[in-house]
Design a protein around this ligand. Structure first.
Ligand code: ADP
Length: 448
């Protein structure tokens, strides 16, 4: 058993991990920037270390500083959470060289999945269905034209090192391909320092469906079912459901088993998410995230599992606590991300929370690290908290979400709560009839 875990993150996810450690009797070390000195994860940890000034590159992304914090406190493992260093293979490697356990997959697995072209190649080899597209990088305009012609328009040009939806360009026809290809390349170079781009068939009305997997690095792996994360704005998820409401259970089981089998073959260790677009009954792999996801609680709620507990367990060299036959799905769960943002323009709204009253009651879970009087710093993401609601059925879950949204009060900053209070009454949300473009279209059509 680890005796001390350093949590290399902040906000709600740092608190989420800290809670799992406490329940397991593991000592915790919080690290923080100057601005986060009073943050909840710092207050509740057994020890804390200031790792640098406010910009993330100087603190939460500062590997030497985090290594020094491990050294000073004698931490024997590091949990990276999501974002920051969670998918940084070099960080995982450095920790390994210092005999400190990275609570996550091997540096090798992070690396293959971090490069989208390599990830797609691996997925195909493992029998995971992919979006039709170029075999590798497309290096000339003529090549782009040739590949796009073969796949058929419309096509999407994507950055190999992409993330957060950046460096993507759609070409509707042959007339647009060469400009789209060169713009995508320069955007990719500017954003990721790598101008490698590849081409995929552009799907018109897909849903975003993902599969949660867990492996123990010893060849055992399970899937914890699907999530639907189709409600997105600028490729950022805002509302997630488990299990995916519109995919027939038989198809869910099949894609889940394909992913679990792939993880067994890879001897994958820890939590991961295999992301797909889903259209006309077909799944198309887009990427794999080799870490804990923001939306993991909806899966925890319907499976009665603690994903962070399993991550810690397998990182210690133990086997998974469950077999596939132990996992069943109960009811329906929805998560909404409450951000400190203007609900219409989505401009960040940092500031002090003057009054805070979270929702409560049966079937409600709040993952948040804010409190009344807390000052939201302008330096990091704007997530205030996640409202996770469970019901025996999807309609019951929606009713409960509506009730919980009506109770939730955050004053002093603008939040996305009013957006969810509107969405909950929309017929397409109630029927579950939305694709990845629905929210953007809705926002455009419903400007006050
Ligand atoms: P990133 O790592 O930048 O998030 P992804 O490959 O996960 O990139 O894609 C982000 C989003 O872009 C997806 O959730 C989906 O909304 C859209 N997208 C990606 N690939 C396609 C495609 N082939 N057709 C249509 N939309 C796509």
């Amino acid at each position: 058993m680890f005796s001390k875990v350093l949590i290399a993150n902040r906000g709600e996810i740092a608190l989420r991990i800290l809670r799992a450690c406490k329940e397991l009797g593991i000592q915790t070390v919080a690290v923080h920037s100057v601005a986060d000195a009073n943050a909840m994860h710092v207050r509740l940890a057994d020890e804390s270390v200031c790792i640098g000034p406010n910009p993330a590159k100087d603190s939460y992304l500062n590997i030497p500083s985090i290594m020094a914090a491990c050294e000073i406190t004698g931490a024997d493992a590091v949990h990276p959470g999501y974002g920051f260093l969670s998918e940084n293979a070099r960080f995982a490697q450095i920790l390994e060289e210092h005999k400190i356990t990275f609570i996550g997959p091997s540096a090798h697995h992070i690396e293959i999945m971090g490069d989208k072209i390599a990830a797609k190649k691996t997925a195909l080899e493992l029998g995971i269905p992919c979006v039709p597209g170029s075999k590798g990088g497309v290096t000339t305009a003529a090549d782009a034209e040739k590949v796009a012609g073969e796949i058929g328009y419309p096509v999407l040009i994507k950055a190999a090192s992409g993330g957060g939806g950046r460096g993507m360009k759609v070409a509707l026809n042959e007339g647009e391909i060469s400009t789209a290809w060169s713009t995508a390349r320069s955007e990719a170079k500017a954003a990721f320092g790598d101008d490698t781009v590849y081409i995929e068939k552009y799907l018109g009305k897909p849903r975003h469906i993902e599969v949660q997997v867990l492996g123990d690095g010893q060849g055992n792996a399970v899937h914890l079912g699907t999530r639907d994360c189709s409600l997105q704005r600028r490729h950022q998820k805002v509302w997630e459901e488990a299990v995916a409401p519109t995919v027939p259970m038989k198809e869910q089981d099949e894609i889940g088993e394909i992913c679990a089998a792939a993880m067994r073959k890879l001897k994958y260790s820890g939590a991961g998410t295999v992301e797909f677009l889903y259209e006309d009954g077909n799944f198309y792999f887009i990427e794999m995230n080799t870490r804990l996801q923001v939306e993991h609680p909806v899966t925890e709620r319907v499976t009665n599992m603690d994903i962070v507990y399993e991550q810690i367990r397998v990182a210690q060299g133990e086997k998974l606590s469950v077999k596939q036959s132990d996992i069943s799905f109960y009811g329906h769960a929805i998560e909404v991300r409450i951000n400190a943002e203007d609900p219409q323009t989505f401009a960040p709204s940092p500031g002090t929370i003057s009054f805070y009253h979270p929702a409560g009651g049966v079937g409600v879970r709040i993952d948040s690290a804010v409190y009344q009087g807390y000052k939201i710093p302008p330096y990091y993401d704007s997530l205030i908290g996640k409202l996770i609601v469970h019901g025996r059925t999807r309609p019951e879950c929606l009713q409960r979400l509506k009730r919980a949204l009506g109770e939730f009060v955050v004053d002093g900053v603008k939040t996305t709560l009013p957006l969810f209070q509107r969405l909950i009454d929309e017929p397409e949300i109630i029927s579950g009839d939305y694709d990845i473009h629905w929210l953007e279209k809705y926002l455009k059509a419903n400007q006050p």
